[in-house]
Design a protein around this ligand. Structure first.
Ligand code: KIV
Ligand code: ZN
Length: 515
């Protein structure tokens, strides 16, 4: 295949994905996901929006410093301050990209930007030139391109390429496009923009009508050679195009599409699980590629067919995306070296001996309670041990819960709050309610509980429960996670983790902030 047959996979889980209400991630979690994306061989990782907050800046910088094999990108509006901040965060990158954008649709230019089309072109050109002075790899996006006029798109894209943009992104920001119409738009832009051959055309589709993947693939057929997508289709509102679906459609239907990606597909499932665990967004069982039922055959006719010849009912193998790889990895006799090696195979590299020792100590505790330890257990355990290492105002010291038929459940707990021991006792409609009330009687956070979810990490009743608690206060939303074989302990840990995350600073949203 020639280089023109390669589709660049641009992952924006850490930026657009994080814009899903409630999907915020800590810097350490973002770094862990970035390492998993590098292992998956994603071409470009959009690590964040550097100007949004000091935390976002630090996360983009940490990812730029650590990632060697993927390009690391920061989003910036077409504003000097944004571009300079993005360049600053990307300084240490092996390969960095500044992604700058401005809205191009009549509705956005008139009502959001309150600018004339000429001013928008001028600002776009200025932004791309400024970015090119700071970074050799610049992407320009026409926000709301899906509802923009084709003549205006041709004009602004030609100017952006002349100014130095090497990737031109045509986002369907509001998920309005229909596959044949969106493909026609890409075809026309490639034909009509005189310098189109000097840039890679990219697509970025939202899923409001459930068409993000279909639109992206139609655009690839029309000549787009970069697809922007997210793991599990995470993203604003109904989400973005799902990376796993785009990649597997390209791989499975190479006969028809005639293109390829460089994604190492057996790492898809573990990356999906990592993102789901960290964000607390469960993957629906019937989700293509990564849902629990994606390769499960229930009907007798199908089972019979698959047993006789797999391809009767399967268009791709479960192994090719990482299913059936969660072999029993270790038990209580496994040593530190084996533990470290397995984590490395899972793409988890702990910083220094301190983190490794803490995670290994938790592994030994878990191995005492649980006979077989699977990859999913290790991922949850590392997540849990890293959040315990982070500076914590509130820590769980002990928990006692009483729950008996016919009696009101009661929780007694002891917390450490900024080093001081505090105890509380509360009753609730159930044991979890009692625990949360007891914690709140000490923390007095006045946050609203938006989500409480428990997921069994592996099969069997000895599985660890992974709990997500989503809290909201004054419009700020955080997700706390906790894992334990005792789901009441996991629930307390998750609530406390959310309280600790609440202490972080506010951040700006790229698409609501004024230009
Ligand atoms: O949806 C969108 O338009 C975006 C841009 C910032 C690329 O996310
Ligand atoms: Zn978007």
């Amino acid at each position: 295949m020639s280089s023109n047959d390669r589709v660049i996979i641009f992952d924006t889980t850490l930026r657009d994905g994080e814009q899903s209400p409630g999907a915020s991630m800590t810097g350490e979690e973002k770094l862990r996901i970035a390492k998993a994306l590098e292992r998956l061989r994603v071409d470009v990782i959009e690590a964040g929006f550097a100007i949004a907050s000091p935390g976002d800046f630090a996360a983009v910088k940490a990812i730029a410093d650590a990632i060697k094999d993927s390009t690391v990108c920061s989003l910036s509006r077409a504003l000097d301050g944004d571009i300079d901040r993005a360049a600053e965060a990307l300084k240490g990158a092996n390969s960095g990209r500044i992604h700058t954008f401005i809205a191009t649709s009549p509705i956005h230019m008139q009502h959001k930007l309150r600018m004339q089309p000429d001013q928008v072109v001028e600002q776009a050109v200025h932004a791309v030139k400024r970015a090119r002075n700071l970074c050799s790899d610049v992407e320009f996006s026409c926000e709301d391109a899906g509802r923009s006029e084709i003549d205006f798109l041709c004009r602004i894209i030609e100017a952006a390429i002349d100014a130095g943009a090497r990737t031109i992104n045509i986002p369907d920001t509001v998920g309005y496009a229909i596959p044949h119409q969106y493909a026609e738009m890409i075809r026309q832009l490639l034909e009509r923009v005189p310098n189109a051959d000097k840039a890679v055309f990219s697509v970025h589709c939202h899923n409001d009508l459930g068409l993000a993947v279909a639109n992206s693939l139609a655009a690839v057929v029309a000549g787009a050679r970069q697809v922007e997508c997210t793991i599990n289709g995470l993203g604003e509102r109904a989400g973005n195009a799902a990376l796993e679906e785009i990649v597997m459609a390209i791989k499975t239907r190479a006969d028809l599409l005639g293109v390829h990606t460089r994604i190492d597909t057996p790492h898809i499932l573990s990356t999906s699980r990592m993102v789901s665990g960290i964000t607390g967004f469960p993957v629906q069982p019937n989700k293509a590629i990564v849902g629990a039922n994606a390769f499960a055959h229930e009907s007798g006719i199908h089972q019979d067919g698959v047993l006789k010849h797999r391809e009767t009912y399967e268009i791709m193998s479960a192994e090719s995306v990482g299913w059936n790889a969660n072999k029993m990895v270790m038990g209580k006799h496994s040593g530190r070296a084996a533990f470290r090696a397995r984590l490395e195979e899972l793409g988890i590299v702990l910083a220094g001996e301190g983190e490794l020792n803490a995670a290994f100590a938790r592994f030994k505790d878990l191995a005492d309670k649980k006979h077989e330890i699977f990859d999913e257990d290790l991922q949850a355990l590392v997540s849990d041990s890293l959040s315990a290492e982070a500076p914590e105002h509130v820590k769980l010291l002990s928990l006692e819960v009483a729950s008996k038929t016919g009696e009101v459940p009661q929780a007694k707990l002891v917390l450490s709050v900024d080093g001081a021991e505090r105890s509380a006792c509360a009753q609730g409609s159930g044991p979890v309610d009692a625990i949360f009330k007891a914690i709140e009687s000490i923390a007095c956070s006045q946050a609203n509980l938006q989500l409480y979810s428990v997921n069994a990490i592996t099969q069997g009743t000895d599985s660890q429960g992974e709990v997500t608690v989503r809290l909201e206060k004054d419009g700020r939303i955080v997700n706390g996670n906790g894992a334990d074989t005792d789901i009441l302990v996991a629930s307390a840990k998750a609530y406390i983790n959310a309280l600790n995350l609440m202490q972080d600073g506010q951040k700006a949203h790229p698409q609501v902030a004024d230009v």
